[in-house]
Write a protein that binds this ligand. Structure first.
Ligand SMILES: Cc1cc2nc3c(=O)[nH]c(=O)nc-3n(C[C@H](O)[C@H](O)[C@H](O)COP(=O)(O)OP(=O)(O)OC[C@H]3O[C@@H](n4cnc5c(N)ncnc54)[C@H](O)[C@@H]3O)c2cc1C
Length: 281
């Protein structure tokens, strides 16, 4: 029984492999098999392959491609799973409602299609599965044509997998104000995140947004600068191991839920942290 693993090169793909192995002999297909990334083309190729179950990381790419595979085959799709047991039906546990709810569900499908939530399953340290290579189909026949590929603005560190995130909220004050957030992130090798107030104002792209309608993150450290901590923002933070909040309001919900807090003006505190890091290097 061949189990297909869509490998997007992230640590989460190794976590998805742990669950995939329960369902049979995994073989992997690279998410970047087609350049530039072409989810429709990849989904077409995968839908035509012979496999009994398909797994991927619940990253943007994993969910994008496997949702298309499920749609093409008319099969159900279980996204953001943290557990899956083979059987008829397959038993899955999924993260729902921004991670605030664990759903136990039964997947009635002859060919389960599952993505695995980041950092909820131990990564597989066994041998890598045998790769499957695919011939590039004609994109024009698929009705999709890649015109431009734009790299994310966060310096190449993907938000969902970042170990450290420096995140800014409305308190940052402006698009230009994010230069001090970017500077600190650069010194720490961190990704830049933000709240929805920031994306709504057009200061940062939606790909940087953390929360219920943004990215769910699970860093070792989340540094929240000028973010109040609305429930919709906190929904994206459930996986964060440590939170440092910088806010002028000591009663802000994020300050009350943080492991470490600094009360004051972020425009003074953030540059001071960066200066201290530079001094110690
Ligand atoms: C359906 C729905 C989905 C949503 N999804 C999301 C989501 O995914 N992610 C998300 O973030 N929000 C989401 N929201 C919006 C959410 O409810 C809040 O409005 C938003 O998170 C507030 O952003 P903020 O904390 O940056 O702004 P504010 O709530 O305005 O907080 C700004 C904070 O900055 C502090 N501050 C101001 N100036 C300074 C300074 N100079 N120094 C230090 N601190 C300062 C203030 O004390 C305050 O605590 C959603 C809302 C809805 C209705």
């Amino acid at each position: 029984m061949t189990v297909l693993l869509l490998d997007d090169g992230t640590e989460v793909s190794r976590q998805a492999l742990t669950l995939a192995r329960k369902f049979g002999e995994p073989r992997s297909i690279a998410a970047d098999s087609f350049q530039p990334f072409a989810p429709d083309a990849l989904a077409t190729a995968i839908a035509a392959m012979d496999w009994t179950a398909a797994f991927a990381a619940a990253t943007d790419r994993g969910n994008d491609v496997l949702a298309r595979v499920a749609a093409r085959l008319g099969l159900p799709f279980a996204a953001n799973c943290i557990a899956a047991e083979p059987g008829d039906p397959v038993a899955v546990t999924r993260l729902r409602w921004g991670g605030s709810l664990l759903e136990e569900a039964l997947l009635h499908s002859p060919r389960p299609i599952i993505t695995v939530a980041p950092h909820a399953v131990s990564p597989d340290n066994g041998p890598s599965p045998a790769p499957i290579t695919v011939d590039s189909p004609d994109y024009r026949q698929l009705g999709a044509h890649v015109v431009e590929h734009v790299e994310p603005s966060n310096g190449g560190v993907a938000l969902a997998e970042a170990k450290v995130i420096v995140s800014g909220g409305r308190g940052v004050g402006s698009k230009e104000g994010f230069s001090i957030i970017e500077e600190l992130a650069g010194l720490l090798g961190a990704a830049v995140g933000c709240s929805r107030a920031v994306t709504s104002a057009g200061w940062r792209p939606h790909s940087d947004q953390v929360g219920q309608t943004g990215t769910k993150v699970s860093p070792d450290v989340y540094i929240a600068c000028g973010i109040s901590g609305a429930t919709q923002h906190m929904a994206g933070l459930k996986g964060a191991k440590r939170i440092l909040a910088i806010n002028s309001d000591p009663q802000a919900p994020l300050m009350l839920n943080a492991d470490f807090t600094v009360t004051g003006d972020l425009k003074e505190i953030v540059p001071a942290i960066s200066a201290e890091i530079r001094k110690r290097r």
